[in-house]
Ligand binder design. Structure first.
Ligand SMILES: Nc1ncnc2c1ncn2[C@@H]1O[C@H](COP(=O)(O)OP(=O)(O)OP(=O)(O)O)[C@@H](O)[C@H]1O
Ligand SMILES: [Mg+2]
Length: 417
């Protein structure tokens, strides 16, 4: 046999095939099948590392959470997660980390991410896909690109996500917390991370500016790794609470009015106006406190601009009066909000949603439907206050009615507990 092998190895292999052909074919078939299944499973259930796409950095969201990314366990039991992954629509994943539930976000749909990558290659005068390029070697002024992106005109480009207005003279003040959190990162890489975020989705920036640790009604931010960010899981969406007890709903409404007040007044330098307020973009925690979980679209108004060239209506309160033209819409003018030091926009957005006065009909009868009779008797104006906060028809402002409503709800809650 050995002699035979030495003399004619090809003949030897051919003989094996001749006599054990079926077994070998079967073996190859099984291997191919297992490989295929593996590929299918990998595309259905990618690992966290696959989701991060770290090779796209520095055109990514950062690397602060990469060191412990392997401790994150994705939860795939939710069919929505699998569907969302397959079609790349939501790109939001639920996971556990250190026994707590967290949310992983790719921050954009797959088509938007691809469009961004194509635009990036174009900016560098390279063919798509231009991966693993040393971006820092390119003379692209990312600093100016960031400024251009956050000042772009809403009417021209409705994909603008974070807008700082009416001037960007205090941009570094706005980004103070972000600069602080990233002070050890290479400055060029950091700038490219910032540019990627303002271009795709500024949510992680807002989560650092208005941090949960400082009491803002948003999820805690745990960091980024490549093209995913990790944030605290808050709880079910607001829409899940429509059938809950009135008291529970009253507590949630009070927290929403508190949020409207905070975003508008808490920061002395900037006002934060949320422009995508919907039942899906609000989640409620175990204490019945509502938090804003989708911060992709926001207008930040610099409250302390220099007096030179100040808009003439600057010192007045900006009141949204679009309901006169369309009572069933959620409409607003970004230009109007930007031309005033103060706007009733957050109250408008939240009260409209609670009253369900738009076409969407998410809360038939309003979120505070079926006020219990004993409460109705003692506080007969609850419904009136909500109505006036959404669509005022008196000289008092929405903000006034919103605050009155919050005071009444808090009094009820206090009386009962
Ligand atoms: N931190 C969180 N806690 C709890 N649930 C969350 C959190 N973040 C997101 N979700 C859930 O995931 C859904 C999608 O998240 P998000 O709104 O950020 O994604 P999206 O793709 O921007 O959605 P859209 O643009 O359609 O509003 C939310 O409606 C909510 O149900
Ligand atoms: Mg959303």
């Amino acid at each position: 046999m050995i002699i035979y092998w030495i003399h004619d190895p090809i003949l030897y292999v051919c003989n094996i095939f001749k006599f054990k052909k079926w077994r070998i074919l079967l073996f190859i078939g099984i291997c191919a099948f297992v490989l295929r299944i593996n590929i299918i499973i990998q595309s259905l259930y990618p690992s966290v590392t696959q989701l991060t796409e770290q090779h796209k950095c520095p055109a990514c969201y950062g690397v602060s959470a990469c060191y412990n990314i392997h401790q994150i366990n994705l939860l795939w039991h939710n069919i929505n997660t699998i569907v969302s992954h397959l079609f790349g629509v939501k790109n939001v994943f639920f996971a556990t980390y250190n026994q707590s539930k967290v949310v992983l976000k790719k921050l954009a749909q797959s088509s938007e991410l691809k469009a961004f990558d194509v635009a990036l290659c174009k900016k560098l005068h390279l063919e798509y896909p231009c991966m693993n390029v040393l971006l820092d070697k390119y003379i692209v002024d990312f600093d100016n690109s960031i400024k251009e992106t956050i000042t772009s005109n809403f009417s021209k480009d409705d994909s603008s996500r974070l807008r700082l207005c009416p001037t960007i003279q205090h941009l570094d003040d706005l980004f103070y917390n972000i600069h602080l959190n990233n002070k050890h990162i290479d400055p060029t890489q950091y700038l490219i991370n910032l540019w990627t975020l303002v271009s795709l989705n500024p949510e992680p920036l807002i989560l650092q500016i208005l941090s949960a640790e400082n009491g803002w009604p948003v999820p805690k931010y745990f960091g980024a790794c490549g093209r995913i960010i990790i944030e605290e899981y808050i709880g079910p969406p607001l829409s899940d609470y429509y059938d809950k007890s009135w008291i529970q709903r009253a507590k949630i409404v009070s927290s929403l009015l508190n949020a409207a007040h905070m975003f508008t007044f808490k920061n002395k330098k900037f006002g934060f106006y949320l422009t995508d307020v919907s039942a899906d973009n609000i989640a409620v925690d175990y204490k019945n406190v509502a938090k804003f979980i989708d911060l992709e679209n926001i207008i930040v108004v610099d409250k302390n601009i220099s007096l030179e060239g100040i808009p003439k209506e600057w010192h007045e309160l900006q009141k949204n009066i679009m309901h006169f033209d369309c009572s069933n819409c959620f409409a607003f003018s970004a230009e109007d909000i930007c031309n005033h030091h103060l706007s009733d926009h957050n109250y408008y957005a939240i009260c409209q949603l609670l009253l369900d006065s738009t076409n969407e009909n998410v809360f038939p009868g309003g979120f505070l439907h079926d006020v219990p009779v004993n409460i109705q008797l003692r506080y007969p104006n609850i419904e009136y206050l909500l109505q006036q906060c959404a669509i005022p028809n008196s000289t008092n402002s929405r903000i006034f009615f919103g605050q009155q409503l919050k005071t009444s709800l808090d009094a009820i809650l206090e009386e009962l507990f």
